[in-house]
Design a protein around this ligand. Structure first.
Ligand SMILES: O=C(O)CCC(=O)C(=O)O
Length: 385
């Protein structure tokens, strides 16, 4: 049997040739869900005594997956749930049915009260949109350092280039984090238009889709908590506009030099600061999520999905019902992966700056704080300028 997303066939084939198949880490239910969405390849082949089914999720073809399986202290079998957005996806203009809102709400609620992360399928952000933005991002990061630094991030505007060693997300460990980024909070803000003219239009199209998707997710989250439908959306009126620090962030993890300090990591353990984050990752892997019990589990790249996680402010708002889960990106152990770049794109969603976040249940589990105070406190702490 051979079933797969045909648009991905060439990519899969190339990976297969380069790295061979590795075993599947996801369980049968997940494979079933992925198969329904045509993003899984299933292969059966005869074995001497039985027919052995080798389930190969596309993500498991990545080399990282194999090195991660060997890592100590990692629990690879614990899965992050996968939710089909169905009628809430961007390809649907009409209002979803009540049942559909409730189904998605229930599934998000289960994920966010448990591991705090979820994969979304059928979200409607197109492959083309992602390809354009990933390509433009790679073009920018390939520029020489002198050019990139001309676009240095303006801390007040949250827009511009953040060079390696300018930001440490794990402020407890103060590790050396091998990562560079470009923050884009406004489509009319600072862009490297001369060197990468494709970036602004690619980002504009991305903002549009991510903003619409965000509003649908915020409605589903309000439903999931039995709250008034627009409770969260009305606190996010300025998404990608004024008085709101929602940020589209391009991330590049450069190839690892031959010698690095012992405590080097690609991205130190941290929680995100805002409401939720939409994460688009390439197929290199390395992202890990800390589950409630304290062990690290892999967030393998699953093509065609968006990985969504809860941030601090949503945790405060929901009085710890929804969890802002720690996550990190490790340096690969194998030489082949160390020599490769990793790219990802995060859409960090924040409420409007002046919104006062206090627990919705009236408890005193967190001190009230304005969005702006919380974000600037975290941003100043993590950036060294
Ligand atoms: O690159 C990734 O996969 C994760 C990035 C991340 O967690 C962050 O920038 O906050």
């Amino acid at each position: 049997m051979f079933l797969c997303s045909y648009s991905s066939l060439l990519k899969i084939f190339a990976f297969h040739l380069c790295f061979g198949f590795s075993s599947c880490l996801l369980d049968n239910a997940t494979i079933g869900e992925l198969k329904k969405n045509k993003i899984v390849m299933l292969i059966s082949w005869p074995q001497p005594t039985s027919v052995c089914r080798l389930g190969c999720v596309v993500a498991s073809l990545t080399p990282e997956h194999r090195y991660q399986q060997k890592m100590e202290g990692i629990t690879p079998g614990r899965r992050i749930p996968l939710v089909d957005l169905g009628q809430l996806g961007l390809m649907h203009d009409e209002e979803p049915s009540q049942e559909e809102w409730q189904r998605v709400a229930r599934q998000l609620h289960d994920a966010f009260t448990d591991i705090g992360f979820v994969y979304l399928t059928n979200h409607g952000v197109s492959d083309d949109q992602m390809d354009h933005l990933f390509k433009s991002s790679a073009t920018f990061f390939n520029l020489d350092e002198e050019t990139k630094i001309r676009y240095q991030r303006d801390p007040e505007k949250q827009q511009g280039y953040v060079a390696v060693d300018r930001e440490t997300l794990d402020t407890k460990e103060m590790s050396h984090e091998l990562r560079e980024a470009y923050d884009l909070s406004r489509v009319d803000g600072l862009f490297p238009d001369v060197e990468v003219p494709s970036l602004r239009p690619a980002a504009a199209s991305f903002y549009k889709s991510c903003t619409t998707l965000t509003n649908r997710l915020l409605i589903a989250l309000a439903h999931s908590l039995g709250l008034e439908r627009n409770l969260f959306t009305s606190a996010h009126k300025g998404l990608c506009k004024d008085n709101n620090l929602t940020c589209l962030r391009l991330l590049h993890y450069p190839p690892v030099p031959d010698t690095i300090p012992e405590n080097t990591i690609r991205c130190g353990a941290h929680t995100d600061y805002g409401t939720i984050t939409l994460l688009f990752q390439d197929n290199m892997g390395g992202l890990q999520v800390r589950e409630r019990g304290g062990s690290w589990v892999e967030a393998v790249p699953v093509p065609g999905t968006i990985l969504v996680n809860v941030g601090d402010l949503l945790q405060f708002w929901t009085a710890d019902k929804f969890l802002a889960t720690e996550h990190r990106v490790l340096i690969p152990k194998e030489e082949l992966q160390r020599k490769a770049s990793r790219h990802s794109i995060a859409f960090f969603i924040n409420p409007d700056n002046s919104v006062l976040i206090k627990p919705l249940d009236g408890s005193s589990s967190h001190q009230p704080i304005t969005v702006k105070d919380h974000l600037f406190y975290k941003l100043r702490k993590s950036h060294n300028y």
